[in-house]
Design a protein around this ligand. Structure first.
Ligand SMILES: Nc1nc2c(c(=O)[nH]1)N(C=O)[C@@H](CNc1ccc(C(=O)N[C@@H](CCC(=O)O)C(=O)O)cc1)CN2
Ligand SMILES: Nc1nc2c(ncn2[C@@H]2O[C@H](COP(=O)(O)OP(=O)(O)OP(=O)(O)O)[C@@H](O)[C@H]2O)c(=O)[nH]1
Ligand SMILES: [Mg+2]
Length: 457
């Protein structure tokens, strides 16, 4: 415990010019440490928790560095559960560095994620909540932030704790049954135990089924723009991003390497790809680009296949003819949305032969229809349910492990195997859930999780 309490210090705001910058310290003795360099040292030493004090911060030489505002948090009432000081100084990176250098004469720089690691080790949050802190910082869109915030506030923890309690209770009932059998006492109603096991499995499955939604929030929903050369993929890419990101020219074969950008649609994070035009006889460079286009199509959640609206003149054409075999592989048709581009070039009164989305980046007609269609297709119109979502892959893996054990327990029960086998599987199921909450951890796991955090967090 004493090692944990060693004072650590780090800037918590990015080093750059800003209105204010904040430096944070945590650990036993950090209040005294800062008081040694502060004009209002008595006020600081006797300050209650959650208090602000204005004063001057001095260098080791006694030279004043800045006028600062100091926040005091006394253990255990702080983010880390230890004494914490936050120094708000003026947002000049040189001032921040001088204050930091002064502090580092008597403490050490915090490692990435070390403040949150301490919050976890001091029982301020469980591991899933600590991971949510980073997910919240990294989140790319409102809905991803919402999911991470719910996890930070313990929604997932509560759900898992309840599941864990039910598994434990069921296990105890099986263990009691083993004892009863030894003593020739009447056995409990095995049908009731079976029903409870089924119900637990259902609850765990329900949580696991949110994993796909979670993956989309974590990695972003992948949309790939594809089609023949020159159909207007890069132009549409730019229009959706509302910036001139991709090069557009009248020459087919302009885009060779793919481009990747992020946007948010209805609060969902989207990764959008502009790819090389598909053609049958490409040159060597294009060939590479096209291979990559096919890889991206495989990975994508949605493929937008562009066809120039003016080229669709044959009323006998079938929908499948549009997606000619040389363009989109048949197994990807179900996740393909056809978009008719350059709709402004259609003659007025030209019938739209295929029902579908006709759009133009010049007049901007149809762009809203396109984003609406994308939202509908990807089901982005629905608010996230007020239920926990598994957004972390480590959690999904552990939950799958838990479910495997629960299913094995069910199998044992069906095959009338001994209750001790079932109890064993239920222990494995509990252990898997406890991995998520960090009840049992290894240094390697903690290192891996917290090293992905930024410094000062
Ligand atoms: N300035 C500042 N802003 C911040 C943080 C911070 O540490 N400092 N946070 C994080 O980096 C987040 C807020 N999280 C926090 C969580 C708990 C406590 C805290 O003092 N908890 C005490 C008292 C609780 C209470 O009064 O209700 C406790 O848990 O006992 C502070 C910040 C976001 N904004
Ligand atoms: N009239 C009209 N022209 C368009 C529209 N969209 C794109 N274009 C033009 O079509 C040409 C090709 O556009 P790009 O966006 O480069 O097409 P691309 O599909 O990315 O082409 P490659 O990268 O070569 O495969 C350019 O001259 C664009 O200005 C549109 O909606 N209306
Ligand atoms: Mg292009």
């Amino acid at each position: 415990m004493s090692k944990i309490s060693e004072v650590i210090c780090a800037p918590v705001t990015p080093l750059g010019f800003s209105a204010i910058a904040v430096i944070r310290l945590s650990g036993k003795g950090c209040i005294e440490l800062v008081a040694n360099h502060f004009s209002q040292s008595q006020k600081l030493l006797s300050s209650p928790s959650h208090n602000l004090i204005l004063g001057t911060f001095y260098a080791e030489t006694g030279e004043p560095i800045d006028e600062v505002l100091i926040s005091v948090f006394r253990e255990p009432h702080s983010y880390t559960g230890e004494d914490v000081i936050e120094i708000s100084c003026h947002g000049n990176p040189n001032l921040v560095n001088r204050i930091l250098q002064t502090l580092l004469l008597s403490c050490r720089l915090a490692k990435p994620g070390e403040f949150t690691l301490r919050a976890f080790l001091n029982g301020k949050m469980d591991l899933s909540q600590a991971e949510a802190v980073n997910d919240l910082i990294q989140a790319q869109a409102n809905q991803a932030e919402k999911a991470a915030l719910m996890q930070l506030k313990g929604f997932l923890s509560k759900y898992l704790q309840e599941l864990l309690a039910r598994i434990t209770e069921l296990r105890i009932r099986f263990e009691l049954a083993i004892d009863f059998a030894d003593q020739d006492l009447p056995l409990p109603d095995s049908n009731a135990l079976y029903q409870e096991l089924l119900d637990i499995i259902k609850t765990a499955e329900e949580l696991k089924s949110t994993g796909e939604q979670g993956r989309r929030l974590r990695e972003g929903i992948k949309i790939c723009l594809t089609g023949a050369p020159n159909v207007g993929k890069s132009s549409l890419f730019n229009a959706l991003l509302q910036q001139n990101r991709a090069i557009v020219t009248p020459h087919p074969g302009t885009t060779r390497d793919y481009l990747e950008e992020y946007l948010s649609l209805n609060g969902f994070p989207i990764v959008i790809y502009d790819t090389a035009g598909l053609r049958e006889f490409p040159d060597d460079i294009e060939k590479e680009g096209i291979t990559k286009s096919y890889e991206l199509m495989q990975e994508s959640d949605l493929i937008l296949y562009l066809v120039e609206a003016t080229t669709v003149t044959n009323p006998n054409l079938q929908f499948s003819d549009l997606l000619s075999p040389s363009s989109i592989p048949p197994d990807l048709h179900s996740k393909t949305l056809v978009v008719f581009s350059k709709a402004d070039l259609m003659q007025e009164n030209t019938p739209q032969i295929f029902p579908g989305i006709y759009c133009s980046v010049i007049t901007e007609n149809g762009l809203k229809d396109l984003t609406d269609a994308i939202s509908k297709r990807l089901m982005l119109n629905t608010e996230l349910p007020n239920k926990p979502i598994i957004i972390n892959n480590r959690h999904l893996v552990a939950l799958s492990k838990c479910l495997q054990s629960l299913h094995r327990a069910k199998q044992c029960l069906k095959e009338n195997q001994g209750y001790e086998f079932i109890a064993f599987e239920l222990i494995s199921a509990s252990n898997a859930l406890e991995e998520i909450l960090g009840v049992i951890t290894t240094d390697d796991l903690l290192d891996k999780i917290f090293s992905e955090f930024c410094i000062g967090k």
